[in-house]
Design a protein around this ligand. Structure first.
Ligand code: NAG
Ligand code: NAG
Ligand code: NAG
Ligand code: NAG
Ligand code: NAG
Ligand code: NAG
Length: 269
């Protein structure tokens, strides 16, 4: 079992039909795929997709997503190679709305699985005229089953009905347009620009089920995976002979994330 790829954003707004816009000032983060309690056919290209709505608000939040997959009869074991970390501290969130973060898993065995993710963010914490940066986090999970003969994974079909609400699949943060500069502290704490969150306002409700993945967005994710596999040790038969400069740039980012994970040696060209 391998983690096959890592994340970057999708260019283009085609991905978002956005009939119901999110409230201004509210960053909505959530698991778009897999859908909870669904059963899918085994595949070596199983997508895990998170979406940020109002993604530009994430600029100074220093988001980091850590995920792993539980498996086994009582979900007591971990799925080998399925651990992934997406560090979005220097992501350019204005490249697409919504902003997708994704990777692919190789899930060939039948059974019950649970995607578990912990997403952390930074915020300004102002006390006694002092600005420090504190982090908080939120856990999200999606349980699903893999069974031969079940529906094939189809991101477009899975997200077609965006009238559903699924608040437990995500979380929302009320991000003000104010930032502060946290000075270099005497200890290990981080410094720099932080976002001011409004925690006094009522907690906004997330709805990642509002996000549609259209065919262009879906194809773009699989194309990114294909590009990564073509640079790997066992490239598929249909890889292009020449590698363009753009592909090399894309692969460079994959390799660095793969290296950070300490996994997926076959991605390293
Ligand atoms: C997926 O996992 C199976 C079983 O471990 C393995 O045989 C297969 O080669 C893997 N596929 C890819 C693309 O890594
Ligand atoms: C999925 O199933 C679990 C266990 O039966 C249940 O607790 C949970 O509410 C379900 N989630 C959704 C989104 O239906
Ligand atoms: C972020 O992406 C946008 C749109 O592609 C681009 O105009 C902008 O220059 C990028 N910003 C940085 C800091 O790379
Ligand atoms: C951390 O975030 C949770 C929501 O995920 C919130 O309920 C809690 O109040 C936050 N804690 C702090 C110290 O901001
Ligand atoms: C978010 O905070 C702003 C002020 O910064 C406030 O006007 C707005 O009502 C809040 N939104 C929600 C959904 O809580
Ligand atoms: C937080 O939001 C509330 C209403 O939701 C608003 O009254 C208040 O001014 C906001 N605070 C900040 C610091 O923006």
């Amino acid at each position: 079992m391998h983690l096959l790829s890592a994340a970057w954003s999708l260019i283009g707004s085609l991905a978002y039909l956005g009939a119901v816009a999110n409230a201004a000032g509210v960053l909505d983060f959530g698991i778009v795929f897999p859908r909870p309690n669904e059963t899918y056919a085994p595949t070596d290209k199983f997508p895990v997709v998170f979406a940020l709505q109002n993604a530009a608000l994430a600029k100074n939040l220093g988001l980091v997503i850590n995920t792993f997959v539980r498996s086994g009869p009582d979900l007591l074991s971990g799925l080998d190679g399925a651990d992934a970390k997406h560090d979005l501290k220097s992501a350019n969130f204005t490249t697409s709305e919504p902003y997708f973060v994704y990777h692919f898993l190789n899930i060939t065995g039948e059974g019950l699985y649970e995607l578990f993710s912990t997403t952390s963010w930074a915020r300004c914490d102002e006390r006694d005229n002092e600005v420090i940066i504190t982090r908080n986090s939120s856990n999200l999970l999606a349980r699903f089953e893999i069974k031969k003969g079940a529906q094939m994974v189809d991101l477009v079909a899975a997200t077609a009905d965006n009238t559903k609400t699924c608040p437990t699949q995500g979380f929302a943060l009320n991000v003000t347009d104010e930032t502060r500069e946290a000075p270099e502290p005497w200890d290990y704490r981080p410094s720099g620009t932080c976002a001011v969150l409004n925690s006094s306002s009522p907690t906004p409700t997330a709805n990642p089920c509002r996000v549609k993945i259209d065919s262009a967005a879906s194809e773009s994710m699989y194309a990114a995976l294909h590009t990564a596999l073509c640079k790997g040790l066992n490239p598929p038969a249909d890889c292009p002979k020449e590698t363009s400069a753009a592909q090399q740039v894309a692969v460079a980012s994959i390799v660095s994330i793969a290296a950070a994970l300490g996994a997926v040696g076959f991605l390293l060209a």
